[in-house]
Design a protein around this ligand. Structure first.
Ligand code: THU
Length: 157
């Protein structure tokens, strides 16, 4: 019987969910599809896709959409990990052989969830072809983060 580290299993599952979500990406302008999947502490998976619009700069990232959905469910503090995949939309499908990483804004929003939950969120970065998965801690991707504690007043409860 093979022993697989639990983190590797979680990463594979999250990347597979992110690949599913990516099929519904709305990215007609950049033609770059991104899928994300959050893992909550009770095992719930919350998907997200990028969501563009004609005013290009107002587009929403897949991670942000997933985090907002978790918040709507009152679960922002329960985020344990996230899987992210993305690639170019081509006539043959979504293509990409390199893991993609969350943008700076999404790292900041992930940091808010991490702070609420009192944990370091695990970030799995995957390639659109599903072959590569890299595992990082959010604190590694966003060191010296600005967070709720830096505000003069307490975080709203
Ligand atoms: N995008 C994401 O969804 N997440 C990221 O972390 C980086 C970029 C989206 C935004 C836009 O719809 C497309 O990828 C190209 O930038």
């Amino acid at each position: 019987m093979a022993e697989v580290p639990i983190e590797d299993v979680a990463g594979r599952v999250l990347i597979d969910h992110a690949l599913d979500a990516l099929k519904n990406a709305y990215a007609p302008y950049s033609k770059f599809a991104v899928g994300a999947a959050l893992l909550l502490e009770d095992g719930t998976i919350v998907p997200g896709t990028n969501f563009e619009n004609a005013s290009y700069g107002l587009s929403l990232c897949a991670e942000t959409v997933a985090l907002a959905a978790a918040n709507v469910a009152g679960r922002l503090k329960d985020v344990v990990a996230i899987g992210i995949v993305g690639g170019a939309i081509t006539p043959k499908g979504v293509e990409g052989d390199m893991p993609i990483y969350p943008c700076g804004r999404c790292r900041q929003i992930l940091n808010e969830a991490a702070d609420l939950g009192g944990r370091d969120i695990i970030v799995y970065c995957g390639s659109a072809d599903g072959t590569l998965i890299r595992r990082h801690a959010l604190s590694e991707l966003l060191p010296y983060a600005f967070g709720p504690a830096d505000l003069a007043h307490d975080t709203p409860s």
